[in-house]
Design a protein around this ligand. Structure first.
Ligand SMILES: [Zn+2]
Length: 416
């Protein structure tokens, strides 16, 4: 596959985003002069240009000449960038950052970055001018990996919705026809009780129908389902097997919540925090379990930058495991005898001298790039999935500290 045909994987795009955000987060402006604009997908570019033009003219009121010039330069730079876009921004919208950042010694550098198509749609237009760029909303979006189904119910009403990352999204609601406990005069107690049970059963079926409609089509993407409500309603609902059996298997737990309106969905997320944190780490944990099993008894584990890289090139890696906290560059050296060698270093350090381990000659640096990018681009060409592994659990921490942050689970043993 040629360089141009290479389509970056979702994970790789997220990694690129994360890198840019980390860089932007560290910048500071000497005044309130760093401009950030969040543009939702349905916002016309011409509207954004009009807004920027307006801000540009208002900026003429800024007292400090330096800040005024910096803000206006940033806005001009943003307008220049917006020219490249048609009527609407790309899918999911985009975020524009521009401003004069301190580069030490009283000097400034003009920085302009455009991040297109974030992993989730930008919800509302935001214009922000401050001494720092506004990166939190994007950073939150990237930290969000889970998709969870939410159900709250009592005998009167029910709401179902999604938890996407940190955002709760109510989707459907229902109200029941279950009569209160007080029966009307003239009704026999027995008949009343039976009708009431029937009504409750009907309502549970209706709630399950709502949940099935919403969740079943997404059952392979859902990381779990939380059910909330008072007792014994939520217990009756779950124990009665009303939910589609594949959804039933996804239930992470049931939690006490007092409200069953839309606000109850947020209460449910609060109550289920521990279960959600556990579920978020589940994929990472199972990857690392498998890695350690192969390391101890099998033949399908590899680790360290060089070994992992060689296996990737052979196409033998099923899953590339990279520590989420890794920030390294790889320096590529070539000696006079054409031996190529790789050395990974902390991103903030300058490239060290390198002696060829093959022939002992001094080797010259021929290239330097982000180490994860380097591996992921090979992975993308070989159909290897990349998984970023959190350091929030013991074996994840070990990937970083004991294995250099790079590992792979192999499709077949290569002896490398
Ligand atoms: Zn050499």
């Amino acid at each position: 596959m040629s360089e141009q045909d290479e389509v970056p994987s979702e994970d790789r795009r997220k990694y690129e985003f994360r890198k840019v955000i980390e860089e932007l987060k560290d910048y500071e402006g000497s005044g309130t002069q760093l401009v950030t604009i969040y543009i939702p997908p349905d916002k016309q570019i011409s509207d954004v240009v009009a807004h920027v033009t307006q801000e540009h003219s208002e900026a003429s009121n800024i007292k400090s000449k330096q800040t005024r010039t910096n803000v206006q330069d940033a806005l001009t730079s943003i307008k220049d960038r917006l020219r490249y876009y048609d009527t609407f921004p790309p899918d999911n919208g985009m975020v524009v950052f521009s401003g004069a950042v301190d580069s030490g010694g009283g000097r400034t550098d003009m920085v302009t970055e455009v991040l297109e198509s974030p992993p989730q749609p930008i919800e509302s237009f935001r214009y922000h001018c401050d001494s720092a760029f506004l990166t939190e909303p994007l950073a939150e979006m990237l930290g969000d990996k889970g998709l969870y189904g939410l159900i709250v119910l009592d005998r009167r009403e029910s709401n179902v919705g999604w938890l996407k990352g940190k955002r709760v999204q109510p989707v459907k609601s229902a109200e029941s026809l279950v009569p209160g406990k007080q029966r009307k005069g003239g009704q026999s107690a027995q008949r009343f009780a039976r009708l009431r049970l029937e009504a409750i059963d009907n309502f549970y079926q209706e709630v399950a129908g709502m949940a099935d409609d919403l969740f079943v089509p997404k059952r392979h993407e859902i990381d779990g389902i939380l059910v909330g409500g008072p007792s014994p309603t939520k217990d009756e609902f779950l124990d009665g097997d009303y939910l589609h059996h594949e959804l039933q298997d996804k239930v992470l737990g049931k939690f006490d919540v007092s409200y069953t309106d839309e606000s109850g969905l947020s209460d449910l997320v609060d109550a289920g925090q521990a279960a959600l944190a556990e579920a978020d780490l589940m994929d990472d944990k199972s990857d690392m379990e498998e890695f350690f099993e192969e390391l101890n008894g099998g033949k399908l584990a590899t680790y360290g930058f060089e070994q992992t890289r060689r296996n990737l090139i052979m196409g033998s890696v099923d899953r590339l495991l990279v520590s989420e906290d890794l920030r390294e560059d790889v320096v590529i050296y070539e000696c006079p005898n054409d031996h190529e060698e790789y050395e990974t270093i902390d991103r903030r350090n300058t490239s060290p001298e390198h002696t060829c381990s093959d022939c002992g000659e001094e080797a010259a640096e021929v290239d330097r790039e982000d180490a994860i990018d380097h591996l992921m681009s090979i992975a993308d060409q070989r159909g290897t999935e990349t998984h970023f592994i959190s350091t929030d659990f013991e074996k994840g921490e070990q990937l970083l500290t004991a294995f250099g942050g790079y590992a792979g689970i192999l499709r077949y043993s290569t002896g490398v």
